[in-house]
Structure formats: structure tokens, C-alpha cells
Design a binder for this molecule. Sequence first.
Ligand code: KG4
Ligand code: ZN
Length: 336
Amino acid sequence: MYILGIETSCDETGVAIYHSTQGLISHHLYSQVSMHNDYGGVVPELASRDHIRKLIPLIKQTLSDSRLIKSDINGIAYTAGPGLMGALLVGATTARSLAWTWQIPAIAVHHMEGHLLAPMLEENPPRFPFVALLVSGGHTLLIQVDGIGQYTQLGESLDDAAGEAFDKTAKMLGLGYPGGAKVAKLAEQGNDRFKFPRPMTDRPGLDFSFSGLKTFTMNTLNKTEKTAQDKADIAFAFQKATAETLVIKCRRALRQTHLKTLVIAGGVSANTQIRNDLLIMTKKENAQLFFPRLEFCTDNGAMIAFAGCQRLLAGQQENLEIYVKPRWSIATLRGC
Ligand code: KG4
Ligand code: ZN
């Protein structure tokens, strides 16, 4: 079964074709980052307009690269939420219209379920059940995953998401948008000079809070001369504090659930320090760590094609209605 996947929830247009037994056939991504960079963040209306410009050419390119023709495609998966309303609508209307024209099913995919299942695109995929840490620009979630659609939320961020904290720190340090990878790069030049707090680790529970860390970062920066080295040292301290906080909560989640598999996904899971620290922790806990390849940590069409394929294989059906859900909790999803 060949599934066309479409991702347009934010500032990346992603398209992929996944085959149920052969795996990923082809995929393409167009990033709008340089366009939004001038504004210091994503401008929703510009994002929607650019998805309209890029989506159909990207679908054509992905189809031609795969040497398939449209009648080979057996289903279409698209991101229905969470995300920006206008951007989501571009993907949803295109997916449903194509599916109707081609007389094949379309399926609405939850963006975070896409991220969650992305490590399953790799050669050595994790097996259910596992604990998943989803860290993106909009979400920080710890989830017990017992199967597709069987998600128990263990913890979440009560304020800023981890990626948001990275992006705001980048802004303070004058690094531009999106900032996660830039903070990570600057941290490589940094020294272990400042001690930042590890928020909410001194009390029980699996929730997170990153807004205090952001304020602490700002206050620390304002007490320095703001030299290049000061900024690098701050990037180092911020990244270390974030990584350690995530490690502490993931270890707690593994112990609490008695599970031995940890999956990390979402844009922030591209961070080398976070990956390495989690690797050390999981080894000590006799557990295994799985993460997607770097290009599938951030938004992409492959994860949507994969998630949609699993749901279509399981027989999930939807009517022809075009709908999006800009706010949509992953805990409300059902198995199929
Ligand atoms: O999953 P994603 O592409 O989009 C959302 O669904 O939000 O995640 C984007 C987030 C941004 O906040 C970005 O700064 C962060 O992931 N990010 C990183 C790194 N690469 C991307 N954060 C830390 N280190 C990185 N290397
Ligand atoms: Zn995402």
C-alpha cells in the first residue's frame, strides 16, 4: 500500500510516499525558515500562502522521484492538527480534494503522533510499549505508548515548551529564528561557568516548566557585559540545564512505568547534548534509547505518511469532510 503524506502544520511543507512493506520511497521538504527569519518568528498568513505555492509542486516532485504514477497511490495522510489554522487548511483541502479525485481514502493525522512514530521509520525500530519524550517548538510531553493510538500522558510542560525556551534564548542572544540549533552551536564555544536551575526536578511528578529558566537566562545575561564569550557561556548553561531536566524526568518516567524503552522525537530531539545525556542515562538504567534520524526530528512528510499508513492498515475510515484541529490533545486519540 502506497501512502502519500502531507505536512503543513507550521513553517515546513513536507511531502513523502511510504509503502507499507517497502518503507519510505521518497520525500521532500521545503522550509520557510528564511522567509520568517526577517520577522523573528512564524507569520501565520505568510506560512499559509507559501504552503499554497509549494505544496502541489512538491507533491509532483515526490511522485516523479518515486517513479510512481498517481493511480499507484492507495491513500493520503495529512496533518490535521495541532498547528496553525490556515497552514493546516492548505494541507487538509489539498489532501481531501486529491483523495476525492483519485477515489482513495484520506486520513487526518495528529502532528505529534507523527513525531512520536518517526523513530519507527528507522531500520531498528522501537517496540511497544515504550515511554516517549516529545519535545518540539509547541510541546513538551512525556507519554506512555502501548500501541498506535494508545497514549497515556504522564507529564507536560505547564508553560513554555522546551523548543520555545530554546527559541526565546536564541532571541535574547541575538541568534535569530528558529534558535534551537543555533543555541546548540554557540554552546560548543561555551564554558561551564554559570549554574542554572533544573526546574521542577526537586518535587515529585513528571510535569515540566521552562519559563522560569528563560527568565533566569535573561537575568544572567543582563548581569554580564554581553560579550561573545558571555553569550556562549550562557548558551552552554541553558542547554545543560534543559538537557539535565529532561534526563531527570525521563529517568523518573522509566522507573515509574517499569519500562525499558525510551523514544525521543520532535525538533529538540535533534540536540546532540540532549541525545548524549539521555544515552548515558538509559545505559545506566539498562534501558534502550531510540530517536529518528536528524532530518526526521523536525517537521517532515515522512512521519505523517507513516502514521497515516498504520491507521489505514488498521482499517480506520473517515468521511469526506475537510476538517482541521489547531488545538488537539494527543491524549484524546484512540487506537484502531
Ligand atoms: O518539531 P518541530 O520541527 O516543530 C514543531 O512541531 O514545533 O520543532 C521545532 C523546534 C524549534 O523550537 C527549534 O528551535 C527546535 O525544535 N530545535 C532544536 C534543535 N533543532 C531544532 N532545539 C535544540 N537543539 C537543536 N539542535
Ligand atoms: Zn513538529
